[in-house]
Ligand binder design. Structure first.
Ligand SMILES: [Zn+2]
Length: 346
Protein backbone atom coordinates (compact mmCIF):
# COMPACT_ATOMS: atom_id res chain seq x y z
CA UNK A 1 0.00 0.00 0.00
CA UNK A 2 1.44 3.37 -0.98
CA UNK A 3 0.08 6.55 0.42
CA UNK A 4 0.82 9.68 -1.51
CA UNK A 5 0.81 13.18 -0.14
CA UNK A 6 -1.38 15.54 -2.08
CA UNK A 7 -1.68 19.26 -1.74
CA UNK A 8 -4.72 19.91 0.41
CA UNK A 9 -7.98 20.00 -1.49
CA UNK A 10 -11.55 20.17 -0.26
CA UNK A 11 -12.27 17.27 2.05
CA UNK A 12 -15.75 17.21 0.55
CA UNK A 13 -14.20 16.06 -2.71
CA UNK A 14 -13.91 12.51 -1.41
CA UNK A 15 -17.70 12.47 -1.13
CA UNK A 16 -19.18 9.29 0.26
CA UNK A 17 -16.01 7.25 -0.21
CA UNK A 18 -14.38 5.45 2.68
CA UNK A 19 -11.99 7.54 4.70
CA UNK A 20 -9.72 7.18 7.70
CA UNK A 21 -8.63 9.64 10.37
CA UNK A 22 -4.99 9.49 11.41
CA UNK A 23 -3.09 11.29 14.16
CA UNK A 24 0.56 11.90 14.93
CA UNK A 25 0.89 13.02 18.53
CA UNK A 26 3.96 14.93 19.66
CA UNK A 27 5.03 17.10 22.57
CA UNK A 28 4.77 20.29 20.51
CA UNK A 29 1.88 19.55 18.18
CA UNK A 30 -0.79 17.02 17.37
CA UNK A 31 -1.12 16.48 13.64
CA UNK A 32 -4.28 15.04 12.17
CA UNK A 33 -4.95 13.79 8.65
CA UNK A 34 -7.86 12.66 6.52
CA UNK A 35 -7.10 9.67 4.28
CA UNK A 36 -9.04 8.84 1.12
CA UNK A 37 -8.92 5.05 1.33
CA UNK A 38 -9.94 4.51 -2.31
CA UNK A 39 -6.98 6.53 -3.54
CA UNK A 40 -4.62 5.91 -0.59
CA UNK A 41 -4.10 9.60 -0.39
CA UNK A 42 -3.75 11.95 2.52
CA UNK A 43 -6.16 14.61 1.29
CA UNK A 44 -6.38 16.99 4.21
CA UNK A 45 -4.40 17.71 7.32
CA UNK A 46 -4.17 20.11 10.20
CA UNK A 47 -2.15 20.55 13.37
CA UNK A 48 -2.89 21.92 16.80
CA UNK A 49 -0.45 22.76 19.60
CA UNK A 50 -0.26 19.96 22.18
CA UNK A 51 -0.60 22.57 24.91
CA UNK A 52 -4.37 22.39 24.41
CA UNK A 53 -4.30 18.93 26.03
CA UNK A 54 -2.37 20.25 29.03
CA UNK A 55 -4.56 23.34 29.47
CA UNK A 56 -7.86 21.49 29.39
CA UNK A 57 -9.52 21.06 32.75
CA UNK A 58 -10.41 17.63 34.07
CA UNK A 59 -8.82 14.24 33.72
CA UNK A 60 -5.71 14.23 31.51
CA UNK A 61 -6.57 11.26 29.31
CA UNK A 62 -10.12 12.56 28.82
CA UNK A 63 -8.74 15.89 27.64
CA UNK A 64 -6.52 14.07 25.16
CA UNK A 65 -9.33 11.91 23.75
CA UNK A 66 -11.62 14.95 23.42
CA UNK A 67 -8.89 16.79 21.50
CA UNK A 68 -8.61 13.94 18.98
CA UNK A 69 -12.40 13.93 18.65
CA UNK A 70 -12.46 17.66 17.89
CA UNK A 71 -9.65 17.40 15.35
CA UNK A 72 -11.51 14.55 13.65
CA UNK A 73 -14.73 16.58 13.55
CA UNK A 74 -12.92 19.57 12.06
CA UNK A 75 -11.39 17.43 9.32
CA UNK A 76 -14.58 15.55 8.56
CA UNK A 77 -17.77 16.89 10.12
CA UNK A 78 -20.05 14.28 8.48
CA UNK A 79 -19.78 10.53 8.01
CA UNK A 80 -18.16 7.77 10.01
CA UNK A 81 -14.49 6.93 9.41
CA UNK A 82 -13.60 3.36 8.43
CA UNK A 83 -10.34 3.50 10.38
CA UNK A 84 -8.61 5.47 13.12
CA UNK A 85 -4.85 5.23 13.65
CA UNK A 86 -2.94 7.11 16.33
CA UNK A 87 0.86 7.37 16.47
CA UNK A 88 1.47 7.89 20.18
CA UNK A 89 4.66 9.20 21.84
CA UNK A 90 5.15 6.44 24.40
CA UNK A 91 5.07 2.67 24.79
CA UNK A 92 1.78 1.08 23.69
CA UNK A 93 0.81 -2.56 24.37
CA UNK A 94 -0.48 -4.81 21.58
CA UNK A 95 -4.06 -4.23 22.79
CA UNK A 96 -3.73 -0.46 22.61
CA UNK A 97 -2.99 0.48 26.22
CA UNK A 98 -0.70 3.52 26.46
CA UNK A 99 1.74 2.83 29.30
CA UNK A 100 3.34 6.26 29.68
CA UNK A 101 3.20 9.71 28.08
CA UNK A 102 6.20 11.77 29.22
CA UNK A 103 6.20 13.79 25.99
CA UNK A 104 2.58 14.88 26.43
CA UNK A 105 2.74 15.49 30.18
CA UNK A 106 6.38 16.09 31.17
CA UNK A 107 7.17 15.44 34.82
CA UNK A 108 3.59 14.29 35.44
CA UNK A 109 3.35 10.51 35.51
CA UNK A 110 0.00 9.18 34.26
CA UNK A 111 -1.65 5.83 34.82
CA UNK A 112 -1.69 3.38 31.89
CA UNK A 113 -4.77 4.10 29.78
CA UNK A 114 -6.78 1.89 27.36
CA UNK A 115 -6.56 4.43 24.54
CA UNK A 116 -7.68 2.09 21.77
CA UNK A 117 -10.82 1.10 23.73
CA UNK A 118 -11.65 4.76 24.39
CA UNK A 119 -11.35 5.60 20.69
CA UNK A 120 -13.44 2.55 19.73
CA UNK A 121 -16.17 3.93 21.93
CA UNK A 122 -15.92 7.29 20.19
CA UNK A 123 -15.89 5.81 16.66
CA UNK A 124 -17.75 2.49 17.04
CA UNK A 125 -17.86 1.54 13.34
CA UNK A 126 -14.14 2.12 12.73
CA UNK A 127 -11.21 -0.26 12.99
CA UNK A 128 -8.92 1.43 15.51
CA UNK A 129 -5.22 1.03 16.23
CA UNK A 130 -2.82 2.89 18.49
CA UNK A 131 0.89 2.43 17.83
CA UNK A 132 4.06 4.06 19.09
CA UNK A 133 4.95 7.20 17.10
CA UNK A 134 8.31 5.81 15.92
CA UNK A 135 6.48 2.67 14.75
CA UNK A 136 4.07 4.90 12.81
CA UNK A 137 7.01 6.69 11.16
CA UNK A 138 8.53 3.29 10.34
CA UNK A 139 5.40 2.30 8.39
CA UNK A 140 6.05 5.29 6.12
CA UNK A 141 9.45 3.87 5.08
CA UNK A 142 8.27 0.31 4.63
CA UNK A 143 8.20 -0.83 0.98
CA UNK A 144 8.82 -3.89 -1.18
CA UNK A 145 12.61 -3.45 -0.93
CA UNK A 146 12.68 -2.27 2.66
CA UNK A 147 11.02 -4.95 4.80
CA UNK A 148 13.58 -5.42 7.59
CA UNK A 149 15.22 -2.34 8.99
CA UNK A 150 15.78 -0.24 12.08
CA UNK A 151 14.39 3.28 12.32
CA UNK A 152 16.12 5.41 14.94
CA UNK A 153 14.97 8.90 15.84
CA UNK A 154 17.31 11.48 17.33
CA UNK A 155 15.51 14.63 18.44
CA UNK A 156 14.92 15.92 21.98
CA UNK A 157 15.12 12.22 22.95
CA UNK A 158 16.17 8.99 21.24
CA UNK A 159 13.97 6.06 20.23
CA UNK A 160 14.10 3.24 17.74
CA UNK A 161 12.02 0.45 16.27
CA UNK A 162 13.11 -2.71 14.49
CA UNK A 163 10.91 -3.95 11.62
CA UNK A 164 11.31 -7.63 10.72
CA UNK A 165 9.75 -8.63 7.41
CA UNK A 166 7.40 -5.65 7.63
CA UNK A 167 6.32 -6.18 11.24
CA UNK A 168 7.49 -3.94 14.12
CA UNK A 169 9.21 -6.09 16.77
CA UNK A 170 8.11 -4.44 20.02
CA UNK A 171 6.87 -7.40 22.09
CA UNK A 172 3.34 -7.85 23.48
CA UNK A 173 3.96 -5.18 26.13
CA UNK A 174 5.11 -2.71 23.51
CA UNK A 175 8.35 -2.08 25.36
CA UNK A 176 10.70 -2.98 22.49
CA UNK A 177 12.47 -0.15 20.73
CA UNK A 178 13.49 1.99 23.66
CA UNK A 179 17.20 2.22 22.94
CA UNK A 180 17.14 5.76 24.32
CA UNK A 181 16.68 4.43 27.84
CA UNK A 182 19.58 1.97 27.84
CA UNK A 183 22.31 2.93 30.32
CA UNK A 184 25.49 3.81 28.41
CA UNK A 185 27.24 5.86 31.11
CA UNK A 186 27.49 4.30 34.56
CA UNK A 187 29.54 7.06 36.20
CA UNK A 188 27.94 8.73 39.22
CA UNK A 189 27.81 12.16 37.56
CA UNK A 190 26.36 10.90 34.25
CA UNK A 191 23.64 13.17 32.81
CA UNK A 192 20.03 12.55 33.83
CA UNK A 193 17.51 11.44 31.18
CA UNK A 194 14.07 13.03 30.75
CA UNK A 195 12.62 9.80 32.18
CA UNK A 196 14.54 10.38 35.42
CA UNK A 197 17.16 7.66 34.85
CA UNK A 198 20.88 8.44 34.85
CA UNK A 199 23.32 7.88 31.99
CA UNK A 200 20.70 6.76 29.45
CA UNK A 201 21.63 6.97 25.76
CA UNK A 202 18.92 9.63 25.36
CA UNK A 203 20.56 11.78 28.06
CA UNK A 204 23.99 11.45 26.44
CA UNK A 205 23.32 11.57 22.69
CA UNK A 206 19.96 13.27 22.02
CA UNK A 207 19.62 16.84 20.77
CA UNK A 208 18.85 17.98 24.30
CA UNK A 209 21.73 15.92 25.76
CA UNK A 210 24.22 17.21 23.20
CA UNK A 211 23.16 20.81 23.87
CA UNK A 212 23.72 20.28 27.62
CA UNK A 213 27.14 18.73 26.94
CA UNK A 214 28.09 21.67 24.71
CA UNK A 215 27.12 24.24 27.34
CA UNK A 216 28.98 22.35 30.08
CA UNK A 217 32.14 22.10 27.97
CA UNK A 218 31.92 25.76 26.98
CA UNK A 219 31.70 26.79 30.65
CA UNK A 220 34.70 24.70 31.77
CA UNK A 221 37.03 25.98 29.01
CA UNK A 222 35.72 29.38 28.00
CA UNK A 223 38.73 30.59 26.03
CA UNK A 224 38.78 27.56 23.74
CA UNK A 225 35.04 27.91 23.26
CA UNK A 226 35.22 31.63 22.51
CA UNK A 227 37.83 30.96 19.81
CA UNK A 228 35.68 28.31 18.11
CA UNK A 229 33.19 28.81 15.29
CA UNK A 230 30.29 28.18 17.66
CA UNK A 231 31.87 30.51 20.23
CA UNK A 232 32.01 33.31 17.65
CA UNK A 233 28.38 32.67 16.69
CA UNK A 234 27.30 33.07 20.34
CA UNK A 235 29.65 35.91 21.41
CA UNK A 236 31.42 33.35 23.63
CA UNK A 237 28.29 33.00 25.78
CA UNK A 238 27.56 29.32 26.62
CA UNK A 239 23.92 30.08 27.49
CA UNK A 240 23.38 31.34 23.94
CA UNK A 241 24.15 27.97 22.37
CA UNK A 242 21.05 26.54 20.69
CA UNK A 243 20.56 23.33 18.72
CA UNK A 244 20.16 25.40 15.54
CA UNK A 245 23.51 27.19 16.03
CA UNK A 246 25.18 23.96 17.07
CA UNK A 247 23.92 22.24 13.91
CA UNK A 248 25.12 25.10 11.71
CA UNK A 249 28.62 25.00 13.23
CA UNK A 250 28.70 21.21 12.94
CA UNK A 251 27.76 21.31 9.26
CA UNK A 252 30.43 23.96 8.70
CA UNK A 253 33.01 21.56 10.16
CA UNK A 254 33.81 23.59 13.29
CA UNK A 255 36.28 21.36 15.19
CA UNK A 256 35.07 22.39 18.68
CA UNK A 257 31.45 21.55 17.80
CA UNK A 258 32.40 18.25 16.18
CA UNK A 259 34.29 17.28 19.32
CA UNK A 260 31.14 17.93 21.36
CA UNK A 261 28.86 15.92 19.06
CA UNK A 262 31.29 13.01 18.54
CA UNK A 263 31.03 11.18 21.92
CA UNK A 264 27.22 10.99 21.78
CA UNK A 265 27.23 9.96 18.11
CA UNK A 266 29.79 7.27 18.94
CA UNK A 267 27.63 5.91 21.78
CA UNK A 268 24.65 5.82 19.42
CA UNK A 269 26.83 3.97 16.88
CA UNK A 270 27.79 1.48 19.56
CA UNK A 271 24.08 0.92 20.37
CA UNK A 272 23.18 0.41 16.69
CA UNK A 273 26.02 -2.07 16.31
CA UNK A 274 24.39 -4.08 19.13
CA UNK A 275 21.07 -4.05 17.25
CA UNK A 276 22.89 -5.27 14.14
CA UNK A 277 24.73 -7.99 16.07
CA UNK A 278 21.58 -9.31 17.73
CA UNK A 279 19.05 -9.33 14.86
CA UNK A 280 21.20 -8.98 11.73
CA UNK A 281 19.56 -5.74 10.58
CA UNK A 282 21.70 -4.09 7.90
CA UNK A 283 19.52 -1.10 7.06
CA UNK A 284 19.36 1.81 9.50
CA UNK A 285 17.18 4.86 8.88
CA UNK A 286 18.13 7.85 10.98
CA UNK A 287 15.31 10.38 11.46
CA UNK A 288 14.38 13.17 13.88
CA UNK A 289 15.02 16.91 13.95
CA UNK A 290 18.48 16.82 15.54
CA UNK A 291 19.84 14.15 13.17
CA UNK A 292 18.34 15.85 10.12
CA UNK A 293 19.78 19.25 11.04
CA UNK A 294 23.30 17.80 11.49
CA UNK A 295 23.12 15.98 8.15
CA UNK A 296 25.34 13.42 6.42
CA UNK A 297 28.44 14.27 8.45
CA UNK A 298 26.55 13.17 11.58
CA UNK A 299 25.97 9.75 9.99
CA UNK A 300 29.73 9.46 9.48
CA UNK A 301 30.27 10.03 13.22
CA UNK A 302 27.66 7.39 14.10
CA UNK A 303 29.24 5.01 11.59
CA UNK A 304 32.70 5.55 13.11
CA UNK A 305 31.36 4.63 16.56
CA UNK A 306 29.61 1.56 15.16
CA UNK A 307 32.73 0.43 13.26
CA UNK A 308 34.80 0.55 16.44
CA UNK A 309 32.22 -1.58 18.27
CA UNK A 310 31.68 -4.15 15.51
CA UNK A 311 33.52 -7.22 14.35
CA UNK A 312 35.10 -6.90 10.94
CA UNK A 313 32.04 -7.60 8.86
CA UNK A 314 32.05 -7.12 5.09
CA UNK A 315 29.39 -4.38 5.18
CA UNK A 316 30.62 -0.87 5.84
CA UNK A 317 28.61 1.10 8.38
CA UNK A 318 28.56 4.20 6.20
CA UNK A 319 26.48 2.16 3.72
CA UNK A 320 24.11 0.91 6.39
CA UNK A 321 23.05 4.34 7.62
CA UNK A 322 20.68 6.63 5.77
CA UNK A 323 18.88 9.85 6.67
CA UNK A 324 15.08 9.55 6.41
CA UNK A 325 13.75 11.71 3.58
CA UNK A 326 10.18 12.28 4.77
CA UNK A 327 10.95 14.63 7.65
CA UNK A 328 8.09 15.55 9.99
CA UNK A 329 5.52 14.07 7.61
CA UNK A 330 6.65 10.47 8.26
CA UNK A 331 4.41 9.92 11.30
CA UNK A 332 1.23 10.99 9.51
CA UNK A 333 2.09 9.19 6.25
CA UNK A 334 2.96 6.01 8.17
CA UNK A 335 -0.29 6.18 10.16
CA UNK A 336 -2.19 6.63 6.86
CA UNK A 337 -0.50 3.56 5.35
CA UNK A 338 -1.26 1.54 8.45
CA UNK A 339 -4.92 2.63 8.28
CA UNK A 340 -5.11 1.51 4.63
CA UNK A 341 -3.61 -1.87 5.53
CA UNK A 342 -6.03 -2.35 8.43
CA UNK A 343 -9.05 -1.64 6.21
CA UNK A 344 -7.70 -3.91 3.44
CA UNK A 345 -7.28 -6.76 5.97
CA UNK A 346 -10.69 -6.24 7.51
ZN1 LIG B 1 15.63 7.45 30.01
Amino acid sequence: VTVSLRPARAAGAIGVRAFALVFDVGGTSIRAGLVDLAENTLVERLARGSGVVRRRPGVRWNAFVQTLRELGRTLRPHGEPAAIVVGFPGPVTSDGVALAAPTLWPAAPVEPFPLRAALEELWPSAVVDVVNDVTAAGFAYLDARRRSFCIVTVSSGIGHKVFLDGVPAVGSHGCGGELGHVVVDTTSNAPVCDCGGRGHLGAVASGRGTLRAAQARARTARAAFAASGLGRATDGEPARITNALLARSFRAGDAWTMNVVRPGAARLGWALSMVQSVVGIEDFLVVGGFATSLGERYLQEIAAGAERASWQSPLLWTRRLELGALGDDAGLIGAARHASMLVAER
